[in-house]
Write a protein that binds this ligand. Structure first.
Ligand SMILES: C[S@@+](CC[C@H](N)C(=O)[O-])C[C@H]1O[C@@H](n2cnc3c(N)ncnc32)[C@H](O)[C@@H]1O
Length: 223
């Protein structure tokens, strides 16, 4: 039986049963190729240093732009699949001089990673405020067979950062990260508008939740 977390339930780090641990195998050959996208080609300056990061579901692009400008030694691939949000990201970019360490992609992250990322290893993967899809556990990132594919693309010292305003969801992320995928928790945060770290809010959704007085949760995972 799969565990379902309710708000307020504590994460106890309990063992997973074998059924929970058995994830369907991810089969990239069953995933459509993203239209019009070729393999990732990094600019020459980023080919060897390994600081390539991926942000999945970057929305209207506020964080990718700020992050790439602040971290010029890192190369950020920022993917958003809705047309409307990506158009806003694009128009935001039009107000900046070119940002050579940012690759904005209008694509489905599953399709793009499966077919275009190739052998490139990622030093960090950001999944910030994804929609948790409460009715379909198998569509939540941490429980998708695709998560195995993401892990395979993670560099040995790489990290995955998840954030959400739903406490049950961060518990579920931790439970599956540890029990199913054998990851460790590097860092955890819970904050509201008054206690948010410097530089937060970073994304539109984070801003919206903090302005509403909600708490946000973040966990950083590594092997
Ligand atoms: C709740 S929004 C959060 C957006 C942004 N991260 C923020 O915090 O403001 C989740 C975003 O993930 C995007 N998304 C969901 N699944 C995706 C996928 N498979 N590939 C790319 N983007 C995806 C959605 O279109 C949406 O913009």
């Amino acid at each position: 039986m799969c565990l379902v977390y309710q708000a307020g339930e504590t994460f106890s780090g309990q063992e997973m049963n074998s059924q929970e641990k058995t994830a369907r195998k991810f089969r990239s050959e069953l995933v459509p190729r993203p239209r019009g996208a070729g393999p990732l080609i990094l600019p020459p300056g980023f080919r060897s240093n390994g600081q390539v990061e991926l942000e999945i579901g970057c929305g209207v692009g506020m964080r990718p732009i700020r992050y790439a400008l602040a971290q010029p030694e890192r190369y950020l691939i920022a993917i958003e699949h809705t047309r409307q949000r990506f158009a806003k990201f694009r128009s935001r970019l039009d107000h900046h001089p070119p940002i050579p360490n940012l690759l904005p992609l209008h694509a489905d992250a599953v399709e793009w990673v499966a077919h275009c990322l190739g052998n490139q290893k990622l030093s960090r993967i950001w999944i910030l405020y994804p929609n948790p899809n409460p009715k379909a556990a198998s569509k939540r990132w941490i429980r998708m067979p695709f998560f195995q594919c993401l892990l395979e693309s993670l560099a040995p010292e790489g990290e995955i950062v998840f954030s959400t305003n739903e406490e049950w969801y961060i518990r579920e992320v931790k439970h599956h990260a540890i029990g199913q995928w054998g990851l460790s928790i590097v860092n955890e945060l819970a904050f509201d508008g008054a206690t948010a770290p410097a530089g937060y809010p970073r994304t539109h959704f984070e801003k919206k939740y903090l302005e509403r007085g909600q708490r946000c949760f973040e966990v950083t995972l590594s092997r």
